[in-house]
Design a protein around this ligand. Structure first.
Ligand code: NAP
Length: 270
């Protein structure tokens, strides 16, 4: 005869479960999209260092696995393609099922495409917009639905200098990042009265693998970028991590709707 199904669990186990539930509810939980590499990984690292349970999302399982190896127990990888909008509610549900709540969302995942204007197809344009803008909207909407009952939450969007000044051959990217900044302001006016802050970071030239490779292959572009950067050097992914930690947490509790350039002064350079 087996009693396993209907028998109450041993008291010791019940206590542990209650404590686990309590500690899960007390955890600060963040989602960082694109947290498996570059700037997203640096943001996730800062969060984990500050005891924030950090769900990192990306398409590449191997990248996520390596990030998990680096960041340890507080890092929780979930593989998902955010451009698949129908999968987004399931992703959010998965996080809620595991942790009960979401405190912070960092919309960092993004793609770029460099092409002559007349060569950009409708499909090219829509692909960038789908990942950099529509997915950000759809994920934020689903996460905000879970934040509203708690009347608390912080969203950090990642924009780019491409939203501020014209850069040739990155039409869709520039359009997506400019829209992100507008969306940040619109959402901040609507959601801040309900306890949810929305802010944005506009990184300058940050030495991720991708940018470093592009710069090393194009010295003229590198010199032009650094020439108009008053601090004269590229930033590190950790510089964006520090800013994201500030905007995501109560250190910035009276700040909403801003676009913070983290760019060594590039945006005000002559
Ligand atoms: P990166 O290393 O290429 O990071 C992009 C991340 O986004 C990757 O981890 C990628 O993961 C994820 N991603 C892309 N498409 C996705 C999708 N459909 N679904 C899920 N995840 C997706 O580039 P980065 O330089 O760190 O860029 C991060 C953000 O900063 C981007 O929004 C970028 O526009 C912005 N930014 C960067 C710079 C810079 O100088 N580096 C400057 C300004 C702004 P998977 O490949 O695993 O999907």
């Amino acid at each position: 005869m087996t009693f396993h199904v209907s028998r109450p669990l041993p008291l010791k186990y019940n206590k542990a479960t209650i404590q686990d539930k309590h500690s899960i509810m007390n955890q600060t939980v963040a989602i960082v999209t694109g947290g498996g590499s570059g700037i997203g990984l640096a943001i996730a690292e800062k969060f984990v260092q500050n005891n924030i349970t950090t769900v990192i999302v990306g398409r590449d399982q191997e990248k996520l696995h390596q990030a998990k190896q680096k960041l340890g127990d507080l890092c929780v990888p979930i593989a998902a393609d955010l451009s698949d909008l129908d999968a987004i509610p399931t992703l959010v549900k998965q996080v809620i099922t595991q942790f009960g709540h979401i405190d912070i969302l960092v919309n960092n995942a993004g793609i770029n495409m460099k092409k002559e204007f007349t060569e950009v197809t409708n499909e090219d344009f829509l692909k960038v917009i789908q990942t950099n803008l529509v997915a950000v909207f759809a994920l934020t909407r689903e996460v905000v639905k879970t934040m509203l009952p708690n009347k608390k939450g912080s969203i950090v969007n990642i924009s780019s200098m491409a939203a501020q000044y014209g850069i040739p051959k990155v039409i869709a990217y520039s359009a997506s990042k400019t829209a992100i900044e507008g969306m940040t302001r619109a959402m901040a006016t609507e959601l801040s009265p309900q306890g949810i802050r929305i802010n944005c970071i506009a990184p300058g030239f940050i030495a991720t693998d991708m940018t470093s490779k592009a710069f090393n292959a194009d010295t003229e572009r590198k010199n032009k970028a650094l020439g108009r950067t008053p601090m004269g050097v590229m930033g590190n992914p950790g510089d964006i991590g520090d800013a994201a930690l500030f905007l995501a947490t109560d250190s910035s509790r009276y700040i909403t709707g801003v676009v913070l350039p983290v760019d060594g002064g590039n945006s005000i350079g002559f």
